[in-house]
Design a protein around this ligand. Structure first.
Ligand code: ZN
Ligand code: ZN
Length: 341
């Protein structure tokens, strides 16, 4: 009973290894979570490929964790065993730097903790998390439903709710993948005139089913012209990973419009300075959020029926699950389950 399974990356660009480890004991200010599900995110490649400096190996990836508190460490007063919790990208913060003193924990400059990168994450039967990283899972959501909301969900939900768009505004979601299929649902449920932009006629039916009011096939139509016909977008939420593709839609912003980037683009964006200033347009990025934002994401999803479409793999097939996610062919998130639900 004192052993658990974990999937670790032994070194940068190493293979996923299924290993047996001691079940860890929670230290001061942390809890132990019995993991039920953990989403596989593109950012897990930072750990797998070693593309983020400073990662200490071996490391267990995973920042879309859903499970149950199983034990609490010393000085934990607000959390107890049996509570269902999720853990996302934000794995803790220092509390003392200038960002933390302003309550901007995600932008912590001194000791930002990231699940699966600076701390062992959720590709395991158990994980340890600081209390600052915990989000309560509502009863309506299963662990498999909650997992992807901890990164793909919070990122799109939090970007949209902080974008300045108001009910009825034209909001475009660029790309229909792991992030985009959630972004379309959130935008529609927030009351925006929701426009889905993707390549190919075949994605139209799905986009409309997810709640989009309009579909723009960027392979056949000019997204700039189509958005302009709708009065111009107040917000374009860009979930794609191509800088060129982002540059090709930004012209669809209306006056005071904002391009919100949540996909890590492979190349710089190209945009006219005159066009930006003449219409007070802007380009900004958005990084997920803190634990309470994750909790809000899940509460909103429970309330409105937003759900991730996910492919499920058992924990010991993590390597296969990761390859599937990296292939870009998954419909749409990939989630590992431990069988402990
Ligand atoms: Zn992620
Ligand atoms: Zn800090």
């Amino acid at each position: 009973m004192s052993k658990m399974r974990a999937i670790q990356v032994p070194y940068a660009q190493g293979p996923f290894e299924l290993v047996e480890r001691e079940i860890p004991e929670p230290g001061v200010g942390t809890v132990r979570i019995k993991v039920e599900a953990c989403g596989v995110c593109h950012s897990d490649s930072f750990t797998k490929e070693g593309t983020m400096p400073g990662i200490q190996y071996p490391r267990v990836p995973g920042h879309e964790v859903a499970g149950v508190i199983d034990a609490v460490g010393p000085q934990v007063t607000q959390w107890k065993p049996g509570q269902r919790v999720g853990v996302g990208w934000h794995g803790g913060h220092c509390g003392d730097c200038s960002s933390c003193r302003r309550g901007d924990f995600v932008a912590c400059q001194v000791a930002p903790q990231v699940s699966g990168i600076t701390l062992d994450g959720g590709y395991a039967d158990y994980m340890i998390a600081p209390v600052g990283a915990l989000a309560l899972i509502p009863d309506e959501l299963s662990a498999v439903e909650a997992g992807p909301l901890m990164c793909a969900g919070i990122t799109t939900y939090n970007a949209l709710r902080n974008s300045g768009a108001r009910g009825g505004d034209v909001v475009a979601v660029h790309g229909i993948g792991g992030l985009g299929h959630l972004g379309i649902q959130f935008a529609a449920k927030m009351g925006f005139r929701t426009v889905a932009i993707a390549r190919g006629k075949d994605k139209e039916a799905l986009a409309l089913k997810l709640g989009a009011h309009h579909y723009i096939d960027s392979a056949e139509q000019d997204p700039v012209a189509e958005l302009t016909k709708l009065g111009g977008a107040k917000v374009i939420l860009s979930t794609v990973t191509s800088g060129k593709a982002m540059s090709s839609v930004v012209g669809g912003l209306g006056v005071n419009g904002k391009l919100v980037v949540v996909g890590a683009a492979d190349a710089p964006l190209e945009v006219s300075g005159l066009w930006l200033l003449s219409g007070r347009r802007s380009i900004t990025g958005w990084p997920s959020g803190s634990a309470i934002d994750s909790q809000d994401t899940m509460a909103f999803s429970a309330l409105t029926g937003v759900r991730s479409m996910s492919e499920i793999y058992p924990l010991d097939r993590a390597g296969e699950a990761y390859e599937r996610m990296m292939s870009g062919k998954a419909q749409f998130r990939v989630v590992l389950t431990t069988g402990q639900a």
